[in-house]
Design a protein around this ligand. Structure first.
Ligand code: 13P
Ligand code: SF4
Length: 382
């Protein structure tokens, strides 16, 4: 069945015309995408201190004036994170951001993160206005999992429960049984395994491989990756560990297996911050986006934080442990988002016409479909 949004609908009874491939091995990556090019955005202009102060003042005023709340991810710049907290907003991991937005009384959510985070917030709060400093802030995992190809992939495996990472488009989520974030990934897969379910997982091959190893679940993996975490280097990390022999290694599970193997703690961004605080080590080598250092250092002020190396000797890094799309969230575009027309009007949830060009709008049908797996995630985490 194909919806009016053009995606293949998943249902318990899959359409007969889809070929069922019975002889697949579990724990194998069967879907090979073509070599993906991820065009990095132009890095933002550096602001001087006076510009920053003025913009912070202006954004604070505009957030209040528009009854808007700022919700930021840990990977955004420290000024954005501080502004969110100073104005009664929130900084957190992707699951916490979604929950905070859904529970907050404000009728306008300003999401400083990447597009899937804005979409998730919109789907959980369809009657609120959800805006972002830029709609260009995407994610390599989202880019690497187009909805149509993903639909064709799952149609070949009707016996599998479809579990997708939150780092996907609304159109991919709409085809899933479950949406999960890294903070609850292992628990959800264990829960499904206990019910005897076989899993089809997308899009992150590293996170999928980690969950598979940890749980022993029967998982078929899509071949996506995060450009930031994929760059951490095993040999260089060994060298860093030798330089700091007493340091604990903290790793986000979007990193390759040979990095995860060197970890003292693996977890979502929030879980890594907690580990930095709780572990007895005085030094931490951190394998995730370095934007996390802002909150991590606040949580563990007495600890020395060292970024894990992203390139071996003589090599160059592309992201250099900094997500180029998270970096697009800047005070300047945050400030100008409020100047766009009609922001103070109530949400247009029932309409598809954006009154603010940075407003996140999701097709009503997609919202209905994606809410099923999203609600499971929220209910599971209660
Ligand atoms: P968290 O869910 O851990 O915040 O991760 C989101 C993300 O995009 C990591 O790269
Ligand atoms: Fe996506 Fe990686 Fe950026 Fe996270 S760090 S938003 S997974 S590209």
């Amino acid at each position: 069945m194909v919806s009016s949004s053009g995606i293949i609908l998943k249902s318990n009874t899959r359409p007969a015309f889809h070929t069922v491939m019975q002889n697949l091995q579990s724990n194998t990556i069967t879907h090979q995408l073509k070599e993906n090019e991820f065009p990095f955005p132009v890095p933002p202009r550096k602001l001087d201190e006076l510009e920053k102060v003025k913009l912070i003042e202006s954004c604070t005023h505009k957030l209040k004036e528009n009854n808007a709340v700022l919700i930021a991810h840990y990977y955004t710049d420290p000024e954005i994170q501080s502004l969110a907290e100073a104005t009664g907003g929130f900084v957190g991991d992707s699951l916490e951001m979604a929950k905070f937005g859904a529970n907050h009384s404000s009728d306008t959510l300003v999401i400083a993160g990447v597009k899937f985070m804005g979409e998730t917030s919109k789907m959980l709060s369809p009657h609120k206005k959800v805006i972002m400093p830029t709609l260009e802030a995407t994610c390599s995992l989202d880019i690497g999992c187009p909805a149509k190809e993903f639909g064709e992939f799952i149609a070949k495996h009707p016996e599998r429960t479809v579990v997708v990472y939150a780092n996907t488009s609304a159109a991919v989520k709409a085809q899933a049984d479950w949406v999960i974030t890294s903070s609850i990934a292992v628990d959800v897969i264990e829960h499904l395994m206990a019910k005897g379910e076989k899993i089809l997982w997308a899009p992150d091959k590293h996170l999928g491989g980690y969950i598979q190893k940890k749980t022993g679940a029967d998982m078929l993996l899509w071949n996506g990756y995060c450009v930031v975490h994929d760059e951490f280097k095993h040999q260089a990390l060994l060298t860093t560990k030798a330089l700091f022999p007493d340091a604990a290694v903290l790793v986000h599970p979007e990193s390759p297996d040979n990095i995860i193997q060197l970890a003292d703690h693996v977890g979502s961004t929030s879980q890594l911050i907690k580990a930095a605080k709780d572990l007895p080590h005085k030094q931490m080598i951190v394998a995730t986006d370095k934007g996390i250092f802002h909150k991590m250092q606040q949580a563990a002020p007495d600890k020395e934080l060292i970024i894990a190396p992203t390139a071996g000797e003589g090599a160059t890094c592309k992201s250099c442990a900094q997500c180029p799309w998270m970096k697009m969230n800047q005070l300047e575009n945050l400030d100008s988002v409020f100047d766009q027309k009609n922001l103070s009007q109530s949400s247009l949830a029932q309409s598809n016409l954006a009154q603010n060009s940075n407003e996140i709008l999701v097709d009503k049908e997609l919202i209905e479909m994606a809410l099923r797996p999203l609600s499971r995630m929220i209910a599971f985490n209660r």
